[in-house]
Design a protein around this ligand. Structure first.
Ligand SMILES: O=P(O)(O)OC[C@@]1(O)O[C@H](CO)[C@@H](O)[C@@H]1O
Length: 376
């Protein structure tokens, strides 16, 4: 059933809201960390300071390569405070301004330098971790199918909460208990049949690792023929994965690691393809997909969207009643879609009646709960 009267988009104008806390507290902390991590020149430092001093939404400077796009996207919001415009839009705008301040897109010595690079580098898994992952990955092949499914999905879902080895040994029961919606069985059924699966990545580092293990497993076990791994075209929301981050992680695998070698070979062979698109750093939701991405998702057996931000962009960053049907809200998506999401913001759909009442008050933002939702 189509959702014809969606609730309002979330804004940050209530000072007590999570959205307001992100703009008011998290953004200054992000800027402070970039300033501490990089010896940026004075103009860049001033640009970053200006971003925090004045919350007014203004057009991008005329030298920004994409200022015409942002003129169009920002037209309804110019002159308003970032706290008054939709939260998701304001966050996108913040990251775009931050990249302009550091000169990421502009010609010059700072072009292409990831302002979050030092933070991402610190989160790359170590050699021991990668060896443990290799062993766990091998062990998985000998498990009954339902255990393979729950282990791989739980690891991909919880990302940095625990490594795959830990999940297999101790963490699974707890991981499952903290799932507030669990379509794992349906997800696993869809991850078969030899077609193409699109994985829309979220964070690099320890969150990307289980994604890579899942992709390797699907290809190795012959459950799918091809995987597309969709990454961001530019630094975004601090830790989101770029092509460079995927390569850095693959290079981290020890030379004798079979997983690392298989994934490298899959990239060369095209059974694993890296995909990116400007859409991934635009202040848009998946309902506004460009034709190229829509065609890819339409042709895939399944698209898996990882993480909270992709979830917000999938269902719409709105104050939905939590029992609103996931299938209805995502009915527009061009093909079967799954969301694997640790709940880190206020947006929720697809909850069974009565579930929310049993959860702690802060459950939507604590990062302690997760959802696996599938529209097949
Ligand atoms: O997509 P991720 O990495 O799971 O989460 C990103 C995220 O925590 O950042 C926002 C605040 O900036 C949250 O609302 C949001 O969902």
């Amino acid at each position: 059933m189509p959702v014809d009267a969606p609730p309002p988009r979330i804004r940050s104008d209530d000072p007590a809201s999570f959205a307001a806390s992100v703009l008011r507290d998290r953004h200054p902390a992000i800027v402070a960390r970039v300033l501490a991590d990089l010896p940026l020149p004075a103009a860049a430092r001033d640009g970053l300071a200006g971003l925090l001093q004045d919350p007014t939404v203004t057009p991008l400077p005329r030298d920004a390569h994409d200022h015409e796009d942002w003129d169009r996207w920002g037209e309804p919001y110019f002159g308003q405070s970032m706290f008054e415009v939709p939260f998701l839009w304001a966050e996108n705008y913040f990251y775009r301004r931050l990249l302009h301040a550091t000169g990421y897109h502009e010609p010059g010595p700072w072009r292409g330098i990831d302002p979050f690079g030092p933070q991402k580098a610190a989160d790359l898994p170590g050699e021991d971790e990668l060896r443990a992952v290799q062993e766990s990955g091998d062990a998985l092949l000998h498990l009954p199918e339902d255990e393979q499914a729950s282990a791989l999905v739980a690891a991909a879902l919880w990302g940095n909460r625990a490594d795959l080895g830990f999940q297999l040994a101790h963490g699974l029961a707890q991981a499952q208990a903290d799932l507030v919606a669990d379509d794992t069985e349906l997800l696993w059924k869809r991850l078969a049949g030899g077609g193409t699966v699109c994985v829309v990545a979220d964070n690099a580092g320890r969150e990307l690792l289980p994604d890579l293990v899942l992709i390797d497993f699907l290809l190795r076990a012959g459950r799918v023929r091809r995987v597309e791994l969709h990454v961001k075209p530019a630094p975004y929301f601090v830790s989101d994965a770029l092509t460079a981050d995927v390569l850095a992680e693959l290079r981290r695998f020890p030379a004798d690691s079979a997983i690392g070698r298989r994934l490298w070979a899959a990239l060369r062979a095209g059974t694993l393809e890296l995909v990116t698109d400007p859409f991934y750093c635009a202040p848009l939701e998946f309902a506004q997909l460009p034709a190229g991405l829509a065609a890819r998702f339409g042709a895939a057996t399944l698209t898996i969207l990882k993480g909270d931000l992709n979830y917000r962009r999938l269902v719409g960053d709105r104050s939905w009643a939590p029992e609103t049907s996931f299938a209805d809200v995502t009915g527009y998506f061009p093909g079967p879609v799954a969301a694997l999401r640790t709940v880190k913001s206020d947006v929720v759909v697809g909850l069974a009646a009565g579930v929310e009442e049993r959860l702690p008050a802060s459950w939507r933002t604590s990062g302690a709960f997760a959802m696996v939702q599938v529209r097949g």
